[in-house]
Design a protein around this ligand. Structure first.
Ligand code: ZN
Length: 184
C-alpha cells in the first residue's frame, strides 16, 4: 500500500477511535486536532521520510486513551508502528505522580523515533497551554507542567534540532502566556 494511503487510513481510524474525546483546554478542541498536529510536527521533522513514524504519531494516544489493543494496531499498521506506539504509552496502572517521574527518568533511553514523537507530543501540549489552557488549571499547575515538560525534554534532545527548536519556542510561549496572565 502507498505510504500516503497508510497515513490517511491512520487518520481515519484515529478520528473514529477518539471521536468522543476532547482536549482539556477551554476551547475543548476535538482530540484529532492534537493527533494531526503531532503527526505534522514529526512529518516536517523527518521531511516526510519516515511514514511509519508519521502513522505512529497519529495513533500515539490510541492505547493510552482509548484502550485500542496493541494487536489491532499491529495487524492494521504493522509491528513497527505498534511497537512505537507502545514505546510512548504510559502504564496507567502506575499512579500519576510516578508516571510523570518515570517519563523524566526514561526519556533518554527511548529509541530515536520515540524521542521525536515524544518531543512533538510535548510541543503540541505546550502550544495548547499557551493558546487554550484547561480552565481548571491554576497558574502554578500550568507553570509546573511547563517545567516538567522541559525536564522530560532533556532526555529527548540530540536527535532532531528543528524539533527541539519547536519545543523550546512552545515552552517559552506557554511560560510567557501564563506569567503575563499572572501579572494582569
Ligand atoms: Zn498526545
Amino acid at each position: 500500500m502507498k505510504d500516503w494511503i497508510k497515513v490517511l487510513r491512520a487518520a481515519d481510524a484515529a478520528a473514529r477511535w477518539h471521536v468522543h474525546q476532547r482536549r482539556k483546554g477551554a476551547g475543548q478542541e476535538p482530540y484529532i486536532n492534537h493527533l494531526l498536529e503531532v503527526a505534522m510536527l514529526v512529518a516536517e521533522a523527518c521531511d516526510g521520510g519516515d511514514p511509519e513514524l508519521i502513522v505512529a504519531a497519529i495513533l500515539h494516544d490510541a492505547i493510552e486513551d482509548q484502550e485500542v489493543p496493541r494487536r489491532l494496531i499491529a495487524d492494521e499498521f504493522g509491528e513497527n508502528v505498534a511497537a512505537l506506539v507502545e514505546e510512548v504509552t504510559d502504564d496507567k496502572s502506575v499512579p500519576k505522580m510516578d508516571r510523570k517521574r518515570l517519563q523524566v527518568e526514561k526519556s533518554a533511553s527511548k529509541s530515536a523515533r520515540a524521542k521525536m514523537l515524544k518531543l512533538a507530543d510535548k510541543t503540541s501540549n505546550l502550544r495548547s497551554i499557551a493558546a487554550s489552557p484547561p480552565p481548571d488549571w491554576s497558574v502554578r499547575r500550568r507553570l509546573e507542567y511547563v517545567a516538567w515538560a522541559r525536564d522530560v525534554a532533556v532526555g529527548l534532545r540530540g536527535v532532531n534540532p528543528w524539533l527541539e527548536g519547536q519545543f523550546d519556542r512552545a515552552a517559552q510561549d506557554a511560560y510567557d502566556a501564563t506569567t503575563v496572565q499572572q501579572v494582569r
